[in-house]
Design a protein around this ligand. Structure first.
Ligand code: BTN
Length: 266
């Protein structure tokens, strides 16, 4: 691998992943996309300090060096049905929710890529697809607020929390990462081998804002008011739109709760 830094390497005991831990880099997704041709499937790039982390819609993932967990996992897409690619982000959100439940928390999944605790964001996911000469890969990037302080979280422009704020103690990030990788790789294998049904049921149980009045913004930045009714079989959202009736949504995002926007603008 062509990099000035030497990573610390952690091999898994049970599953197939290998973690390459770096002190600092711009973005683990960008790095993994650049180096995926020389890395085996289920390689994990973890940066202690990510200086320009990216989110969906070219947003920024704000980091506190050494406090949050920012990593990207290389997934083999060759044997995954094309239509299942849109489910990867959702199963990653489910996996994050499940690992947080192991710490006694009650997370919800803000479709399709955020994990919340009581309406506050604790994790964001960005999945990208990249092709090399001989294979097609998913670069699954995950950011989790782990030991971030209240001051840092207050400075963000959306409501956010961290494991430390919720649990009132620090969490060892490597332990969290290893537990999470076991869950994600298992969910990904289920998705590849049996489809989305099993994971869909688990996501539905944890879906945020179901039957609540929300505002949804699509990729063209058009906003719709309405209610989420269900998670469809293919992972799209069934949405009762005030202006357009019942529709399925396959991209875009749910606005953070109105009350927060109002509180911030007071
Ligand atoms: C979002 O909130 O829209 C998604 C945020 C994804 C952030 C993670 S941090 C690790 C990986 N590297 C990146 O540049 N982004 C993802």
């Amino acid at each position: 691998m062509n990099s000035e830094q030497k990573p610390k390497i952690v091999k898994s005991d049970k599953t197939v992943y290998t973690i390459y831990k770096y002190a600092k880099m711009v973005s683990t997704n960008a790095f993994l996309k650049q180096h995926c041709s020389s890395l085996p499937d289920f390689s994990v790039i973890w940066a202690d300090d990510q200086t320009d982390g990216r989110g969906r819609f070219t947003r920024i993932w704000n980091s506190q060096p050494g406090m949050d967990l920012t990593f990207s996992l290389l997934l083999p897409l060759t044997s995954l049905e094309h239509k299942r690619r849109q489910n990867i982000t959702q199963i990653a959100a489910l996996s994050v929710a499940q690992v947080l439940e192991g710490y006694g928390l009650k997370p919800s999944v803000k479709w399709p890529n955020d994990v919340l605790i009581q309406g506050k964001k604790i994790s964001g996911i960005l999945c990208e697809v990249t092709e090399t000469e001989d294979r097609i890969c998913g670069v699954l990037g995950i950011g989790i607020n782990v030991n971030n302080t209240e001051n840092f979280l207050e400075s963000l422009d959306i409501p956010a929390t961290s494991l430390r704020c919720e649990l009132h103690h620090k969490v060892v990030r490597q332990n969290l990462l290893k537990k999470l990788l076991e869950i994600i790789i298992n969910c990904f294998n289920v998705l590849s081998q049996s489809g989305f049904t099993q994971n869909r049921q688990e996501i539905k149980k944890r879906l945020a804002f179901i039957n609540e009045q929300i505002v949804f913004t699509d990729l063209k930045q058009d906003s719709y008011s309405g209610k989420i009714i269900d998670l469809n079989d293919d992972g799209t959202l069934l949405f009762e739109c005030e202006k357009r009736g019942i529709i399925s949504l396959n991209s875009g995002e749910i606005a953070f709760h109105n009350s927060y926007t109002m509180r911030k603008s007071l």
